[in-house]
Design a protein around this ligand. Sequence first.
Ligand code: KG4
Ligand code: ZN
Length: 363
Amino acid sequence: MLVLGLETSCDETAAAVVADGVDVLSNVVASQYELHEEYGGVVPEIASRAHVERLLPVLRRAVSQAGVSLGDIGAVAVGHRPGLIGSLLVGVSAAKALAWSLGVPLVGVDHVHAHLDAGWLRVPAAGTSSRARAGASHDAALDPSAAFPALGLVISGGHTVLYRLDSRTELSRLGSTIDDAVGEAYDKAAMILGLGHPGGPRLDALAATGNDRAVSFPTSRLAPDSLDFSFSGLKTAMLYRVRGIPGQPVPAPLDDASRADLAASFQRAAIGVLMLKVERAIEHLAARGAPPRTLIIGGGVSANSRLRRDASTLAARRGLRLVVPPMSLCTDNAAMIAGLGHALLEQGRASTLALAAEPTTGV
Ligand code: KG4
Ligand code: ZN
């Protein structure tokens, strides 16, 4: 079955067509970055207006790039929470109208949960037509059947959360950030270093050229058994390093080498604490008789080079399978919405036309 996914929770207008909950036939994302740049953050009213203008062109492109027509669509999935309420309403209203007019099921999908599902999706190899790829036999490496129980980690601009997953669709929260999300800390650190937007990927690239032990940044472990996170101290430490501690002499302006060292040292601290909490969560689940078989990571920061490397080392050492999204599906997209929507529909969890947009996550 072909599921059309729509995603408008924040500042990306996205539509995608996914076959059988696995094969991504198209994945169109229109970023609104240029509209919000001068304000230094997403302006909700501007975001929702831009979604209204962009959703239909993005949707049409997703359907045509998939090589299908609207009549082939078997269900419509939409990210209905969490997010900016005005932005969510655009996608939810469009999805309802489309599902009703096509006479197909509608399914509401939690955006945070969907980030954890992106790792099961398969994107076409360059040069392969999406339809040819959809007909290919199932890739054993992507088979979720023996993957659970699993430990899930969502690391994005808005969320940093650990979950226990018992299937693609059943999960329970183990811990989350008590202040900033890790992606937010990356974006703020990048701003302090003068790297501009997009902060996370730029800091990641710069870190590759620096010495990660040049500066000792604090990491917040919280209580010895805590599975929560805190990133505000790390961000403040970067601020003090660059701009100086209030009341003390102002440090010399950064040169390129010290900027790279700060980026590398920040990255070591940020990813280090994520890995520490993953280890703790593995112990936590093992102590409760459910040692995880798989480590599933999703969200924008899962594109980070050090995160992918360190998670792969950790998973190998602990005998876990690692599932991370393809690079194109780490940040916000609608393919993950369609993929999880398919899994929910297989369990009969379609939504009604009363589906509401909700500002907070339900998982
Ligand atoms: O998942 P996402 O697109 O949006 C939310 O749901 O929040 O995540 C965006 C976040 C941003 O904070 C961005 O800086 C971060 O993911 N990000 C990265 C990298 N690529 C994206 N952070 C660190 N390293 C990267 N390579
Ligand atoms: Zn997201």
